[in-house]
Design a protein around this ligand. Structure first.
Ligand SMILES: Nc1ncnc2c1ncn2[C@@H]1O[C@H](COP(=O)(O)OP(=O)(O)OP(=O)(O)O)[C@@H](O)[C@H]1O
Ligand SMILES: [Mg+2]
Length: 293
């Protein structure tokens, strides 16, 4: 089991036992990651762009949206998506049986559910959400159970998963990021951002072993970076390895304003270059992450 430590420790690296390579598919090792962080840090913009860059490299990418508020579909360039996991995808647990209250209906596998309910997006990315909050939460209860079961049961060798979690602490530490081998803390290089990242990282180190029997790795990506030493600052203050520093970039703001992907709006922008470098960096870590599957 690999659980990362933090605070005061040396920056954890992502290099544990790489002996198990069973997730290799067509020469590419599928990877499952979840982006967590303070509200507004830049998780959705990063998730949407990274998902498409990985898909352009030939991976089967599932972009998963855990946020009941709008975000990831716009950053992917899919616009507003109303498709949700329908209630009839689930059945209620029969009395006397153990387990969650709702589960995928008999005969519906996680992979089939993705085929049915994940929306095809640009560059072949599939986009899955449980739904968006418009009225009351109970409306989405069945969909949320189904969504989490799908993520838990999807074969780790089949698809790369890029998950965009809601801001803050609630989701990452209540099972929503359990499917991921790698939690990426998205952090703005501000005093508030770094302090939040440090706390998220510490929580992640405490819960990683409980969330997944194989353990989880935790690393950081700096967003809206401006100073040359932003990555060093984040590493020093959080103990996390920084996989990339995405600069503050007007092109991201403009794309978000128009509700489109920065990849379509400004493919040559510095932010896109940095997220491309992140995709390269992840490639180096895949064997180690696969060992956690
Ligand atoms: N590299 C960047 N440069 C400039 N602005 C950025 C960058 N990344 C994100 N932003 C801006 O930050 C804001 C928040 O981005 P985003 O919605 O991706 O954050 P989030 O972490 O997903 O937020 P939430 O927690 O609400 O889901 C947006 O206005 C976006 O344009
Ligand atoms: Mg978001």
């Amino acid at each position: 089991m690999c659980v990362e430590l933090l605070e005061g420790a040396e920056a954890p690296r992502l290099d544990c036992d790489a002996s198990r390579h069973e997730t290799v598919r067509d020469g590419v090792i599928a990877i499952r990651l979840a982006l967590i962080g303070k509200g507004g840090a830049g998780k959705s913009a990063l998730a949407g762009t990274l998902a498409r860059i990985l898909a352009r490299r030939g991976e089967r990418v599932l972009a998963v949206d855990c946020d009941p508020m709008p975000g990831l579909s716009l950053s992917l360039g899919l616009g507003v998506v109303d498709v949700r996991i329908p209630d009839d995808a689930t059945e209620e647990r029969p009395e006397g049986e153990d387990g969650p209250r709702y589960r995928l209906r008999r005969g519906l596998s996680a992979e089939r559910a993705v085929e049915m309910y994940a929306v095809p997006g640009p560059d072949g990315v599939r986009y899955l959400q449980f739904g968006k909050l418009r009225e009351r939460t109970p409306q989405l209860m069945r969909a949320q159970f189904a969504f989490r079961q799908i993520l838990d049961e999807l074969s780790s060798s089949e698809r790369t998963v890029v998950g965009d979690l809601a801001g803050g602490t609630r989701q990452p530490f209540f099972g929503w990021g359990r499917y991921a081998e790698l939690l990426i803390v998205v952090v703005e290089p501000t005093a508030k951002g770094v302090l939040s990242a440090r706390r998220l990282a510490r929580l992640a180190s405490l819960t990683a072993g409980q969330e997944r029997p194989g353990g989880q790795r935790v690393a950081a990506v700096v967003t809206k970076a401006g100073a040359p030493d932003d990555a060093a600052l984040v590493t020093e203050r959080t103990g996390l390895e920084v996989l990339a520093a995405v600069p503050w970039d007007r092109a991201v703001c403009d794309a978000e304003r128009y509700g489109i992907s920065v990849l379509d709006h400004a493919p040559g922008s510095p932010a896109v270059a940095a997220i491309t470098a992140l995709a390269d960096r992840l490639a180096e870590h895949r064997p180690a992450l696969a060992s956690l599957s």
